[in-house]
Design a protein around this ligand. Structure first.
Ligand code: NAD
Length: 546
């Protein structure tokens, strides 16, 4: 495949037989755009080894199949490989995707790795294998909301004059420094890989890079003192940074981590190795690598627990670091909470979650038009207004221009229909594609993350994401995906994705109304069923109950 074929097509000219197929093609290629993906040469989009297609051959075949796909056919993707095109109908999804699924007894990282070595399976993470990743922007509002909720709970509704320590500046974790400075705090974040920090500097997600840990700490303390909202990325292992903080008896105001701990082999770096040494050990002796990863993760959690005891507001940020430490004997690893029960669940109860959209034209002006629509639709929502204004000022688009907003039950369908009208009236230059993360209200079962500590103890019940994928298929989403292991690793989660295209037609309007109603409704129903009062109220308000 030559470079030209792998570039995301832009503009209003179709390369496929309809806009839904075209949207799938553009979003797949957008996922792999070097400005968007972490390691596009290996088809890796983000989150350790989260891929968009099994291998180069599969990618070529998917592109070809999408170009030939009719309006009454559906393409089937099995762990990143196209396996068939079957007759359906115009309202059915054009693509159905299943990634990384294993029968529960065999759902171990080790068995997954064996299958991956044989080329039989692919890790889809969440939005990588479901073709709706939009770069770090995709997570930044969620991270912003999390820190805003934390600031509201523990500080004076902002992070002014606070030191916020974390690690991991990859595809998702790279949003942390910007989300923290947007909440007016100081961020000090460790990452082993210098190029990751450089990438965040280029995209304006981080302000400064440092190579000396003590100097970075001193600077961060100075910014805290001066109440300046500045972020520093320091090139080191997370455990080295935390150890210096402990040794110098410096207690951060908040503490978390977003290294790829869900993947002890490809994602996490053990201490005491340079990046090159780690790559060599990973290649030559993967068992030894994994052993060292686990030992470092145990130490990492012990350090977080120590800083928590000294007063740092400490939370897990969805990478299963606590789960890994528990596996190797850190019995009290779960003494600090996950971010969902601590800050996000009340939003899930209202059907709120990371709703996102991208302009298929490639023209940023189309996103500014949608921004206007959002501000007109929800004038009473002050935080949304603040978010859109800040996003316009501070967030650089990566790949296709896109926006993310946490919208809830009722709001998502309103937005979707309004976007469809924009397309119909020619106010934007091409259709708008709408989707969301799998980290959403009704689409995931993940006991160490989204469904941690559910009120009724139903953390591991995975009927919900399956129902979510089924109802979105029945409702006519443009593509639907069902994944295993996203966020927290193989064996730890089941989750579903959906994407729907607003192409300006009446058919699209009917599908949008159904899908954008049903998708968050699954979350409201799921949380009401678990006994949450906010969800029960939302259920009554929107008449979702039986
Ligand atoms: P990524 O693989 O793109 O980046 C991980 C980064 O961590 C890399 O830059 C790597 O160099 C760094 N790293 C690994 N081990 C380290 C160590 N010991 N010390 C310092 N740096 C280290 O992953 P990502 O997309 O940024 O996701 C990070 C984690 O967050 C994953 O586990 C992912 O599943 C999880 N995640 C959380 C959310 C959320 O909302 N909380 C959302 C998506 C992903």
């Amino acid at each position: 495949m030559n470079l030209k074929e792998s570039q995301t097509p832009l503009g209003a000219t179709l390369n496929c037989k309809g806009w839904v197929q075209e949207a799938a093609l553009r979003m797949l290629l957008n996922n792999l755009d070097p400005a968007v993906a972490e390691r596009p040469e290996d088809l890796i989009v983000y989150g350790g080894r989260g891929k968009a297609a099994r291998n180069k051959e599969a990618l070529e075949l998917i592109i070809k199949a999408l170009k030939n796909l009719e309006d009454d056919e559906t393409l089937l993707i099995q762990s990143g490989k196209p396996v068939g095109v079957l007759p359906t109908h115009k309202d059915a999804p054009r693509v159905l995707i299943s990634n990384s699924q294993l029968v529960p007894k065999w759902a171990t990282q080790q068995h997954f790795d064996e299958l991956e070595d044989k080329g039989l399976i692919m890790y889809g993470q969440m939005t990588a294998g479901s073709w709706i990743y939009i770069g770090s922007q995709g997570i930044v509002q969620g991270t912003y909301e999390t820190y805003a909720a934390l600031a509201k709970k523990h500080f004076d509704s902002n992070l002014k004059g606070t030191l916020n320590v974390t690690a991991g500046l990859g595809g998702m974790g790279g949003a942390q420094p910007l989300a923290i400075t947007m909440n007016q705090g100081v961020c000090l974040a460790a990452d082993v890989e210098e190029w990751r920090i450089q990438k965040r500097l280029e995209t304006r997600y981080i302000d400064e890079i440092a190579y000396n840990i003590d100097e970075a700490i001193d600077k961060a303390l100075q910014y805290k003192e001066e109440q300046k909202a500045i972020s520093i990325g320091v090139v080191c292992n997370a455990v080295e940074l935390l150890q210096r903080l402990i040794d110098r008896n410096i207690v951060p105001d908040t503490l978390t981590d977003q290294t790829s701990a869900h993947d002890p082999l490809i994602g996490y770096f053990p201490e005491g190795l340079t990046v090159a040494e780690a790559a060599e050990l990973r290649e030559k002796n993967p068992e030894e690598y994994v052993k060292r990863s686990y030992a470092t993760m145990a130490k990492h959690v012990e350090q977080m627990l120590e800083l928590q005891r000294r007063g740092a507001i400490t939370f897990d940020y969805g990478n299963n670091l606590r789960g890994r430490a528990l596996e190797v004997g850190v019995k009290n690893a779960f003494d600090f909470p996950g971010f969902v029960p601590a800050y996000i669940r009340p939003l899930f109860c209202e059907g709120k979650g990371p709703f996102r959209w991208a302009a298929l034209s490639g023209d940023p002006q189309d996103i500014y038009e949608t921004d206007k629509v959002i501000l007109e639709l929800f004038p009473e929502n002050e935080s949304l207004k603040r978010w859109i204004t800040m996003a316009q000022e501070r967030i650089a688009f990566q790949g296709l221009p896109a926006r993310i907003c946490w919208l809830g039950q009722g709001e998502r369908e309103k937005a979707g229909l309004a976007f469809n009208k924009l397309v119909a009236e020619g106010k934007v230059k091409a259709p708008i594609v709408i989707g969301r993360d799998h980290l959403d209200t009704g689409s995931v079962a993940s006991p160490n993350r989204e469904t941690e500590a559910m009120l009724d103890g139903s953390d591991a019940v995975a009927d919900w994401p399956i129902l979510n994928a089924l109802i979105n298929t029945a409702g006519g989403a443009s593509w639907v995906s069902l994944h295993h292991g996203g966020g927290v690793g193989i064996g730890y989660s089941i989750h579903a994705g959906m994407v729907i295209v607003a192409d300006g037609t009446e058919d699209a309007a009917r599908r949008l109304k159904r899908v954008l109603h049903n998708d968050p409704a699954m979350g409201v129903i799921r949380h009401a069923d678990a006994g949450y009062d906010i969800a029960k109220d939302t259920l009554r308000k929107h008449r979702l109950g039986l």
